[in-house]
Unconditional design. Sequence first.
Length: 351
Amino acid sequence: MSAYLATIPSPDQGVWHLGPIPVRAYALCIIAGIIVAIWWGERRWAARGGTKGTIIDMAVFAVPFGLVGGRLYHVITDPELYFTEGKNPWNAFAIWDGGLGIWGAIALGAVGALIACRRKGVPLPAMADAIAPGIVVAQAIGRIGNYFNQELYGAHTDLPWGLEVYQRFNPEDPDNLLNGVATGHIPLPESPVHPTFLYELIWNLLVALLVVWADRRFKLGHGRAFALYVAGYTVGRGWIEMMRTDTANHILGLRVNVWTSILLFVAAVVYFVLAGKRGPREAPETLRSKDAPGPEETPVSESPSEGSSVAEPAVAGEPEHVKVAAAEAPASTEKPAEDAPAEEPKKTDES
């Protein structure tokens, strides 16, 4: 009992069925993360003077692009899971079985965001700054799905927060343990293990706090908040990736995602420095969508009621104090004199 209380238990399953419909914890976490990212990004965009609803419109393009990009990155970096002997290539499309690469999601999602920004007439770097902390929080929420899938953990550990991982069984498809259920809580040989997904979850939340603090303190603009997110995330992802024991391709002794983290960290730092030379952050008026309604105009009565006075339009070039005096002068209520004799014009030497 004491040993059990000193570890973190794993859920018995990650998939439930409502009749023929599977409900997957991983998918629910992804959806929840997307909702949080859009909601927070919308608030940050509006706080900077942007048009409300722009982030939601952007998500219509960015989210599907991102899902496709995330899947492509996973398939490209782990092709042996789908295109080797005995594997079914059609499973490359089975996104519901897990397997999304964040960098593919960011890269192709940025293409969708760019399309939306062009349609709205707003700068993409400013939008990236607005959604940066929301994205990394969405990644943190997505790691909870890895917990339910009982995946992406590290090597054996005796630390008090070690994760117990159990054998799962799927009588209908013995090879598809992702949809299996742990019966009897039979631990795997390496259990307990490092909960690396939990490490990354905590790291992501810290990165979100860093981005928010730096953005408020230094008024980051031109994509610098997004670059800070990328740099901060890759630092944590690099060392956490090296703790994981799941199968991965290696280049020069390092996992592919470690190399990706190193390259993106360098690129993010360089961009952060160079973008800082562009001056202050974008002006609020540049964040207004081109299809946003203009400022409200003062309504003008087309047919003023009898007895009301309407100021005459100002003459171009008229001094400002004359315009103000004319506007404030009360309308005359005296009637013009009737049958007043016309005054004879005075003769001059020129006539």
